[in-house]
Design a protein around this ligand. Structure first.
Ligand code: NAG
Ligand code: NAG
Ligand code: NAG
Ligand code: NAG
Length: 510
């Protein structure tokens, strides 16, 4: 019966998918979802009838991060000493997600190694629920609760026999494993210290009541990385809604640099469905890579910034760190407990270390006449004490209009140190449109060549990483033509001081 219902659901999803396809990308994304939800593992559905345990707890060893050498069994206190469980050390439970292969994926041992690297004496326990996780997706998703409950019993037992403080317990769950961690936390007798959700699974959990998915109620601190929340038809591999105390959306939580989903999709078109899992995996697993990065490269911790929306973040509006508005990404995320979710954003590089340097540029465009229809491409080069970043494109969300300040987000992959100078280039992209020709001719005719020129005299910059704010002034105010590269240098402090002195002397006199 169950299988029939599920299959009907898939048919619905798939036929809906077929109906709404509009482009190559969407079509292939839908086929990914189709595949993701496909009943490929019906064979394993009978597992239910076994009342044996669903979960095994493998205590890993730093010298054999890959191997399951010792299992801890709830109720068997001897297994703790046999595995050399250290009850005064930090304990991590690593919880995998849905699997097609029925085997641990390669990230498991990489994460285990990174955890040991950071916390030498930690107990790193890999939770093995592979038997249930290799059902088809919908069934595996249904099992997350039972698996979580069994982990909760394990936690209760280990707390009782070792007196271990649960603040030392950190559950790290990936995909479906994030919801397993949520159920484990909510069913344990006492609250666990922390749950990290790595791109928690979306299908069957998005929009569900907090009791039926990972939520801030499940631990003292719940932090979440969202890396593949882009979906169509309301479905997304990773959950889109915030589900923790702190929810970080790297690169907006959708496409991750270096994953090249589009390229992968084209590969699928050429080489068939075998390439699908790679395309999905890169974005979904980026959450794990970011977490591993935060364990290994503590000195290069990436920063995330609280923002009301990804759009505002992409305009550089949210780089202010006051009142704990920014935080570190991954393991280094500082505990912030607010009644409401905090959504944070960050940009990343395409590989480890992922950290980038964020800048907000505020550019004021002035001109004598209204030129709102201006379409242009803007590039900026930054020169600092440690290096430079050249020809960075400023993403224009709207057309430039006269006498308005536009705000942009700019990132550099390298630390360029303290900013010394910047160059600003502007090219009109609709250069030869009829309206532009008309404008040019009319201004030429009226002999007013300067009239529709846009000017930029000052650029204000805020660095997210250093929180420094600087104002840059046009080096040579005589050069007006924005179609050439303009050089900006730090505005003369002397000028500001002189002005302040002037004001001071004025107020002193009055
Ligand atoms: C199921 O549980 C019952 C009673 O607890 C036990 O007798 C039986 O052996 C168990 N079966 C399996 C397959 O573990
Ligand atoms: C147990 O963990 C504590 C705290 O990390 C550490 O100081 C101690 O050396 C560990 N004991 C053993 C036997 O590793
Ligand atoms: C922009 O501001 C300048 C100086 O205040 C003014 O002369 C100019 O007319 C304004 N341009 C527009 C299009 O409003
Ligand atoms: C420019 O356009 C805006 C809105 O379109 C208008 O309010 C403003 O008065 C215009 N300014 C000039 C100088 O034409």
């Amino acid at each position: 019966m169950k299988a029939w219902q599920d299959r009907c659901l898939h048919l619905l999803v798939l036929s809906a998918a077929v109906h709404y396809v509009t482009s190559l990308e969407e079509e292939l994304t839908d086929s990914i979802f189709g595949n993701f939800l496909d009943p490929v593992k019906d064979l394993f559905e009978h597992e239910d009838e076994l009342n044996g345990s669903l979960v095994k707890f493998s205590l890993r060893n730093p010298s054999h991060p890959d191997d399951d050498l010792c299992y801890i069994t709830a109720g068997n206190a001897q297994s703790l000493s046999a595995c050399a469980f250290n009850s005064s050390a930090k304990t991590f439970l690593v919880i995998h997600g849905w699997t097609v292969s029925g085997m641990f994926e390669s990230w498991v041992s990489k994460l285990v190694t990174a955890l040991f690297e950071r916390q030498q004496s930690a107990n790193v326990i890999v939770v093995d629920w592979l038997n249930s996780a290799q059902n088809h997706y919908v069934v595996a998703a249904q099992k997350t609760k039972a698996v979580g409950q069994e982990i909760a019993h394990f936690i209760d037992w280990i707390e009782e026999v070792t007196n271990m403080p649960l603040d030392n317990l950190h559950l790290i769950g990936y995909s479906l494993g994030a919801h397993v961690a949520g159920f484990a936390g909510s069913h344990a007798n006492n609250k666990v210290g922390r749950i990290t959700g790595l791109d928690p699974a979306g299908p069957d959990f998005e929009g569900e009541h907090a009791h039926r998915r990972l939520s801030p109620d499940d631990a003292h601190f719940v932090d979440v990385l969202h890396t593949f929340t882009r979906g169509s038809l309301g479905l997304s591999i990773g959950i889109q809604q915030p589900v923790g105390h702190v929810d970080i959306y790297p690169n907006g939580g959708s496409f991750q640099p270096g994953c090249n989903l589009r390229g992968a999709l084209e590969k699928i078109a050429n080489f068939g469905l075998f390439a699908i899992s790679d395309a999905v995996k890169c974005e979904h697993e980026r959450s794990i890579q970011l977490f591993i990065d935060s364990l290994l490269n503590q000195q290069q911790a990436a920063r995330a910034y609280r923002c009301s929306s990804n759009d505002a973040f992409n305009r550089g509006m949210c780089l202010n760190c006051r009142k704990s508005r920014c935080n570190k990404v991954g393991y280094n995320t500082a505990m912030v407990r607010r009644p409401r979710n905090v959504q944070m954003y960050t940009m990343t590089r395409s590989s480890m270390p992922f950290r980038v340097y964020h800048y907000q540029l505020k550019v004021h465009f002035s001109s004598k006449v209204n030129t709102t229809e201006m379409e242009s491409s803007l590039t900026v080069s930054l020169f600092g004490t440690k290096g430079e970043a050249e020809n960075l494109e400023l993403k224009l969300k709207e057309k430039i209009s006269s006498n308005r300040t536009h705000s942009f987000l700019l990132v550099t992959e390298q630390d360029i140190g303290d900013l010394l100078m910047l160059k600003f280039k502007w090219e009109e992209t609709n250069g030869w449109s009829a309206s532009n020709m008309l404008k040019m001719v009319s201004s030429w005719w009226s002999g007013d060549n300067e009239a529709n020129n846009m000017d930029v005299h000052r650029i204000r910059i805020r660095s997210g990483e250093t929180q420094q704010k600087l104002v840059f002034c046009l080096k040579d105010p005589g050069s007006h033509n924005l179609n050439q590269e303009l050089t900006f240098v730090k505005c003369q402090d002397a000028w500001k001081k002189a002005k302040r002195f002037h004001l001071d002397s004025l107020t002193a006199r009055s």
